[in-house]
Every structure is written in structure tokens, then in C-alpha cells.
Design a protein around this ligand. Sequence first.
Ligand code: UP6
Length: 270
Amino acid sequence: KSSLTSAKRGELNTHPLVKRLFDIAETKLSNLVISADLTDTRSLLECARGPYIAVFKTHIDLVSDFSEDTVQGLKEISKEHNFLIFEDRKLVDIGHTVQKQYHGGSLRISEWAHIVNLSVLGGDGIVEALTQTIEDPGFTHRDERGFLILAEMTSRGNLATGSYTEKCVEMVRKCPRSMIGFVATQALGDVAPSDASSDEDFVIFTTGINMASKGDKLGQQYQTPAAAVRRGADFVIAGRGIYGAADPVEAAKAYQKDGWDAYRERTKSI
Ligand code: UP6
């Protein structure tokens, strides 16, 4: 897990999107991602307002009135409130199919989502396919796009463990220009043996974050922002713990503080 501050990581990282991510974290003093699992455009955009988040995570296929207004609204609000958008699409298919799911299609994900995640159940063809799409000379957002490999999951009994997780690390190492990190529950640098240079710096996003609950009835398992950061999370992702709270704004503030204080504690120079 990185013991460098966001400011330092932003400075050292050569990927423009990662630089921007750490720059936002440092400016807003936040490593909080809200998981806005909401089902209409108005609630979705409303949830994105406010000063506490560094990244806004969507499940765009939940939005029943998805339209041009959703796309424009997301783009505008991410600029206005200075955050990145992460579409939690969990792409998992053959390369040829995911290219069409990511770029174009009904959801136009490549147009508005800075970050998208994927599963490598089908092998590394998906990594190659998505890398190709953003490196195409005709694709205009290249420096503003990156992918996360879903290397571990938070649901009880999940199969993303052991050698599967190791393979995910190897795949990210092979494509650092497009794969910027992982969705995982801990730092993964030591999981797979590496001959990589010591300057690799993958970003860890951790889901399953809640300050008031240990889990739900469908297998979700939670830890607090601070606990996740101590295990190596760089960004903590909370959904119902925030938008389902009696006062979501106060909740966002509390999660932001818990996560950011823990990150500062982890990276403080001795
Ligand atoms: N998510 C997980 N666990 C994973 C991967 N993704 O919870 O292993 C996603 C869910 C949801 C969010 O799809 O969008 O993170 C968690 O929401 P919650 O905080 O309301 O449980």
C-alpha cells in the first residue's frame, strides 16, 4: 500500500487521469466516492452536488429515464463540482462485445465516464479491447479515461480470490496506460510477484463501506472508511450508508472525514 500523500502520488504519476484524480483528492481533502445507485436522473444529479466527494460512481443502467439530459447533466455537474465519474459497469465479455458496450451503444459510457471497471473472467482480451478503443486516434478523450479491474469483491462467498486476484494484478501491470488500478478490498502490490519497477502506483478503490452496518441481507459485507484505508484503500466507495442516511449531507461529511483522516494517518511522514 502506498505511504505517499495524494499530492506526492499526483506529482509522480505520469498518467494524466491519475494525476487529476489525486489532484482532486488533495484539493477537496477527500478520498470519498459516493455510489449513487439511484433510479432517476433528477435524484442522480442531485446526489452529485456538494463538496465532499472526489469521485461519483454510477450504475447508469439503473436510471429509468436515461437520456441526453442525464449525459449532459453528469458532464456539467462533474465540472462544476470538480469530481471524476466512475461507471460501475463491470464489463465482462469477449473483447469485441465490450468495445461496443463501452463506446457508443445506448449508454455512451466512453463519452461521460472517466473511469469504468471490468472483470477479467474471460481472459485478457477485454483488457486489450478496451485499451485499443481509448488509444484509437479517433477517440478524443484518451488522456481522460482509465479502467479498473475488479480484482476482489465484497459479497459473501465471492470467487474473486487467490490466483484469480493475482492474475488481475498481472493484467494491470501489463497495461498501465489504460488500467489505472483495481477495485479491491486491500492493497494488492504484494499479491502477485513482481519484477516491475518500484515506481508502479496503482489506485485501489474499495467498495463495501458503511459506518453504521456490518452488511445487508443479500450478502454484502461492510467495513468503515478508516478500516478500509488502513488495509490499503486509496478511495472508499459508500452507497446506502450515505444516500440512505437520514441526513445524507452530514453522512457524506462524516465518511469524508473518516476516510481522509485515515489516509493522512497512513501517509504521514515520521
Ligand atoms: N460493489 C460492491 N461490492 C463489490 C463490487 N461492487 O458493493 O465487490 C458495488 C455495488 C454497489 C456499491 O454494485 O453499487 O458497490 C455498494 O453499495 P452499498 O454501499 O450501498 O452497499
